[in-house]
Every structure is written in C-alpha cells, then in structure tokens.
Design a protein around this ligand. Structure first.
Ligand SMILES: [Fe+2]
Length: 265
C-alpha cells in the first residue's frame, strides 16, 4: 500500500500562518511515502514567494512531487509571462515541470496544465498528453497510474464547470492513456468526482491547504492510501485557521466498469 499526502494551492504570499505549523507536524506524523502538491505554490509568482514555497517543500516528508498552477506564472510582467512563464518556478522549485515517480505498485506523472496565454484556465498540451501516455504505457500492468494536474477536466464540487480547455478531449486522453487517478486542485474546494466518458478515472481534488483564499469556510488536504484495486481517502479540514481535524474516511473500489464509492468500514 502507498500512502500519498495530497496538498494543493498553498499560495505563499497569502498564507494563514496559523495553519503552517500544524500542517507540517501532521505531514510528518502521517509518514507518507510521497507528498504531492498540485499547483499554485505562490500567490503572484514573486521570487520571494517561490523562496518561501521552496522552504516549505524542504520541510515536507519526501519525495515531494510538484506541478505548477496558474498562479505560478508572473501576472504583471507580461514579457516574462509570455517569454519565460516558468523561469522563476524552475529556478527555485526545480527544473522539471512534469516530474515522474515510480513506486512499487504505482507510477505518478505530473502534468503542467498552466497556460500563460490565458488568465487562469488550464489546458492539456499535445506534448504533455504524449508524455503521460508514454509513462503509463511503460508502467507494469498492475501499477496504479496516477496523474497530477492543477486543473481538472470535471466540474468542481459546487457544479462550476471545468476551468479547462476542451475538457471532453482531456477526459478522452486520460481514459485512453489508462489513467486510474487524477489528483488536482485549483477550485479551492475538496471533491471526489467521476466522469461518464472516463469511467476508469477517479478524480480527487483537495482545496487550499493553508492559504487565506477560501471558497468554502475550510482549508483542507488529504492522505490517500492506494492499494491494488482500491483507494482510501482521509480528508483533514481546518475551520477558521484552528488546526486540522480528520473527516470521515471515503473508500473507492475499482471494478470492471470503473470506480465505485464503497461504505467505509
Ligand atoms: Fe489556487
């Protein structure tokens, strides 16, 4: 079984300082095999915000896999946004925008969905789709195939449509690539979702772990246990900055027709 800690949208530059120490303590106590951050490390892609994000990553239990979000591209500096949108990210967070990690029983592929040509919505480029397809094709048959995207091609928890270009096409690509699980953020609302046209893909979103940019009245993150054919999601919520408390566990079973939610024991 793999224990994966899923964080997102930490937004350094707009962090609730009360939540940072309890999150770091829990992250260590939960002893994950891997920590994933699905984008929006910073609030405005400023160099100092990336430095803070880097220091945060260095305190997390590793390995840590990170992908950029739309907030990780400069907003005010148009030349930089268009000519080198990920230069600051690469310099401080790491050169690889789409990292890959192989663990016993799973392969994880990061996907950069941030699009410098638009305000905030995402995209899946041909280049990224090809990389994802290649990684998953090369993985052992029994491995759980996990993609990390900042933007998801399904509606948010409140029904807001997917903030991504051609979501139907993205769903088709994910399904064809044999993806089992997509981990994402962006909406600042936790959600577990499915899509009819990609029944084999389980979409797990977390909200913002520690930022003040709330869409609901909570911050959250998740610890995901991945075993052959099933996934258990432990969500942790913080209300008004007062630490994190565990929520009821959600379990998912992979069957021939796709994923099913099952009653927790
Ligand atoms: Fe965000």
């Amino acid at each position: 079984m793999i224990r994966l800690l899923h964080l997102s949208d930490v937004h350094f530059g707009a962090v609730d300082d009360r939540l940072l120490p309890p999150l770091l303590a829990l992250a260590r106590d939960l002893r994950p095999d891997v920590t994933v951050i699905s984008g929006d490390l910073t609030q405005r892609a400023r160099p100092g915000q990336f430095v803070e994000a880097r220091a945060f990553i260095d305190r997390l239990p590793g390995p840590v896999l990170v992908v950029p979000g739309n907030h990780d591209m400069p907003l005010g500096n148009l030349a930089l946004r268009l000519l080198a949108p990920f230069a600051r990210y690469r310099r401080t967070i790491g050169p690889q925008l789409e990292p890959t990690l192989t663990l016993p029983g799973a392969v994880i592929q990061g996907v950069n969905t941030a699009n410098p040509l638009v305000w905030k919505s995402g995209r899946l480029t041909r280049h990224s789709a090809d990389r994802l397809t290649r990684t998953f094709a090369a993985a052992p048959k029994e491995a759980m195939r996990i993609a990390i995207l900042h933007h998801a091609p399904i509606p948010a928890a409140d029904g807001t449509p997917a903030d991504m270009a051609n979501p139907a096409g993205v769903l088709g690509t994910l399904a064809q690539a044999g993806c089992d699980i997509v981990l994402s953020g962006h909406t600042h609302m936790p959600h577990a979702g499915f899509a009819e046209t990609a029944a084999g893909v389980l979409f797990l979103q977390v909200g913002t772990a520690i930022s003040t940019r709330l869409k609901t009245d909570t911050n959250d993150f998740a610890l995901i246990e991945i075993a052959p054919g099933n996934v258990t999601r432990h969500a942790w919520l913080a209300r008004q900055g007062h630490g994190f408390a565990p929520e009821p566990v959600t379990r998912f079973l992979k069957v021939a027709s796709g994923w099913q939610t099952v009653a927790a024991p």
